[in-house]
Each structure stands twice: as C-alpha cells, then as structure tokens.
Design a protein around this ligand. Sequence first.
Ligand SMILES: Cc1cc2nc3c(=O)[nH]c(=O)nc-3n(C[C@H](O)[C@H](O)[C@H](O)COP(=O)(O)OP(=O)(O)OC[C@H]3O[C@@H](n4cnc5c(N)ncnc54)[C@H](O)[C@@H]3O)c2cc1C
Ligand code: HEM
Length: 388
Amino acid sequence: MGLDDRGALTTLRAAVDPSAGPDGVIRDFYTRWFATDASARDLFPPDMNQQRAVFSRALHWVLGEIVDQRAQEPVAFLAQLGRDHRKYGVTAAHYDTMQRALLGALRGHFADRWDGAVASTAVDVVELVIGVMRGAADAESGSPYEDGTVVDHIRATRDVSIIRLQLDRPLFYHPGQYVTVQVPQWPRRWRFLSPSIPSDGDGAIEFHVRSVAGGMVSTAIVGETRVGDRWRLSSPHGGLHVDRNAGDVLMVAGSSGLAPLRSIIMDLQRFAENPRVHLFFGGRYPCDLYDLNTLWQVAAYNPWLSVTPVSEFTTNPPWAADYPLVDPPRGLHVRQTGLLPEVVTRYGSWSDRQILVSGGPEMIAATKAALVAKGARPDQIQHDPPAP
Ligand SMILES: Cc1cc2nc3c(=O)[nH]c(=O)nc-3n(C[C@H](O)[C@H](O)[C@H](O)COP(=O)(O)OP(=O)(O)OC[C@H]3O[C@@H](n4cnc5c(N)ncnc54)[C@H](O)[C@@H]3O)c2cc1C
Ligand code: HEM
C-alpha cells in the first residue's frame, strides 16, 4: 500500500503523463484549485498552458522516481522547488488548498477505479510532494528575492541590451550561474537571465538581454527598460564552471549567451595563472559582437585568454551605424565567417578541453552535435539547462 505499491504508483503516473495532452487531471486540478482559492489564481500569469506543462512534467518525473524506489533526487528537487517557490508568495494555506484540489482531481479522474490502493497511494504521494516543498520552504528564513534599481540601459545592438542594476542588498551566486528575474513590464512572468559579472558584494549586477522574435519578456526588456525600473531577482541556479585544475578550456558563446562565460572569465582574472581559455563569440553580423572591446581589453592583460570573433556575414547592415562601434584594434582578433558549430570544429574536436557552450537552445544543440561528431565526449560539454 501507499508509496510501496508500484502498481498504484504506475497508474497514478499514467494519469499525469504530459504526453497524454493538455486536457485531463492537470487541467481539472487547476480549475478546482482556482475555484476554491482565488488567491492562488492571482499568483499565476493569465495563460496557464506552460504552467500545466511544467507541473505535469515535474509530477510525472517525481512519480517515475518513486516507482523505481529512488527517493534522494526527487526529495532534493522538491525541496529546492519549495525554497524557490517562496518568491511567488506561496503560503501554507495555498499548500492546503492545493492538496485538496489535486486529490479531488485525481479522484474525479479515476471515478469508479478509485479503489483503496489507488486512493491511499495518491494521498501518500500528494502528502510527500507537498510536505517536502512546504517543509523546505518553512526551514528558510532569509528573503526569497532581492530587489534592485536599473541604473543603466545600453542598446548595444539592434536586439541586445546591457542592463545594469544596483541591488538593495547583494545577491550571491557563482560565476556562470543564472538567476530568475521579474521585470515591471511583465509581473509574474519570471525568466532566466545570466549575470555577466561575478557576484558583487556592493550589489552591482549586469545582464545582457537579447530580444527573441515574438518573445514576451525579452522584447519588453530591450524595448522598454528605463533607468529607475525596479527588478526582482531570485534563485541562482546552474552549474557552468571552469575547474582550474582540469586543463584547458573551450568556450562557445552565441550573442547574449556570452554573459555567463564572461562572468567566469572576469572571475578567473583574480588568479595569476589559469588554464588557457579559448572563447569563440558569435553573432549574425560583425556589429552583433557587441562586447568585443571589453573582451579585447581582458585578453590584452591576460595571456591565458584568446578570443575568436565569428559572424555569419562579413559586412554590417546599414542599421549598424545606430549602435556603438564594436571593432577592436586590428590584429588581435581575426574574425572568422560562418556559423559557430562549423567554425569551432574547423579547429579540431577540442576533445582534450573542458567545453562550455552558451546561447539559445538551437545553437547549444547544434554546437554540441558538431563537437560530438568530431570526437568530443558529451560529458565534457557543459551547458545550461543541462538538457536543451
Ligand atoms: C539557463 C538560461 C539562462 C538564460 N540566460 C539568458 C541571458 O543571460 N540573456 C538572455 O537574453 N536570455 C537568456 N535566457 C533566455 C531567457 O530566459 C528567455 O527564455 C528569453 O529571453 C525569451 O523569453 P521571452 O519571454 O521573450 O520569450 P517567450 O515569450 O517565453 O517565448 C517566445 C518564443 O521564443 C522562443 N525562445 C525562448 N527562448 C529563446 C532563446 N533563448 N533563443 C531563441 N528563441 C527562444 C520560444 O521557444 C518561443 O517560441 C536564458 C535561458 C536559460 C534557460
Ligand atoms: C501551494 C502550492 C503551489 C503554488 C501556489 C505554486 C505556484 C507556482 C507559481 C506561481 C509558479 C510560476 C508560474 C510562472 O511563472 O509562470 C510555479 C511554477 C512551478 N511550479 Fe508551482 N506552485 C505550487 C506547488 C507546486 C508543486 C507541489 C509542484 C510539484 C511538482 C510545483 C511545480 C512547479 C514547477 C515545476 C514550476 C516551474 C518552475 C518554476 O518556475 O519554479 N508547484 N508554481
């Protein structure tokens, strides 16, 4: 019975399978929850499609782990989720109403198949999931987020902005990590952004944001951010890192994917000696390589760093004149033409390097595939999120 009943667990897991489509237990659960607790509805954005998908994926994965009698990873995941959920304003009362709504939706779904075994297993699973999240959240006493004021907004290219903030209190994160961010133009639409400088004890922080076509939050950040805007930041995550004792490094950055790699490079400058770091920084046009001047200055004083600019086209479009000139002094960087995966692998497989890739999901997948095809091992290649 309960969490040992693999048959009942498997039955429950099938009921929340995200591949079964959007209608079903999860939709019914949110409908019941919001009907009985309007304050829970207020925490979510208007469009719930994405939320239903991530919630059912999470629940489906947790149930799969429990079926296989593995507890450590799901408990750690749920505890982290509970701590992270504090930033949404989740209270103990929300957990109570959620528990009732989720059990109600499951009972409704199974109807006459809701027998003793399924019922008691469902009660135990829901209690476990909610109990771990609530317990981990209760154990935290610090603020779940840090607020900050925009102090600078530089339109670096047509679609990339550099935004600098002064936080009310410093936010601690490891170089290379990303944080979740809420901007005033889109309340309740948290997005991941990677700081481009290491954590600063005085609360300075900088982001590089690229507006993606049709993107809700990124286009608002690039188009509408003003000095004085108040941003909310939370939950540093991610594992991009350089092990200074594990040999030389290849970094591949597409557009604003430069940010976390730049943060790691800035951090490495603290040390007199480092592994060699070769950074490929790519964009569509030469003018998209918005941070080349800073990278050039860092490379000029740090012989362990070399930078190869890469652009898909050799000449700039007319609108480039509206944005800061990015060309560094001639000679130090020889710009290569082509797509990043193709240019990077022209130099070999890099199979003896620590490899860090950062950019949009398609760029990460294509670069990884090209490196692996040339002989690099997948486990040598770091990217966030780990599975694009
Ligand atoms: C670990 C991590 C770190 C990130 N760090 C940064 C960063 O430092 N700077 C930055 O600008 N962005 C970063 N992003 C991307 C960012 O979180 C948003 O996904 C992106 O800004 C799009 O949000 P949106 O609301 O504008 O688009 P949405 O409205 O959420 O999506 C609109 C469309 O854009 C597509 N899309 C979403 N993200 C991307 C993307 N990255 N590239 C291409 N198409 C996309 C979606 O599939 C969808 O079709 C990071 C993402 C992850 C996972
Ligand atoms: C009181 C209970 C809960 C409340 C009020 C709540 C609320 C929220 C909110 C407001 C979001 C953000 C939505 C967005 O930005 O689009 C979110 C995201 C999420 N929730 Fe919950 N949630 C609760 C419990 C749970 C539980 C039990 C799970 C378990 C599997 C879960 C899994 C997730 C996941 C995976 C995400 C996406 C990742 C993230 O943004 O943190 N939530 N939740």
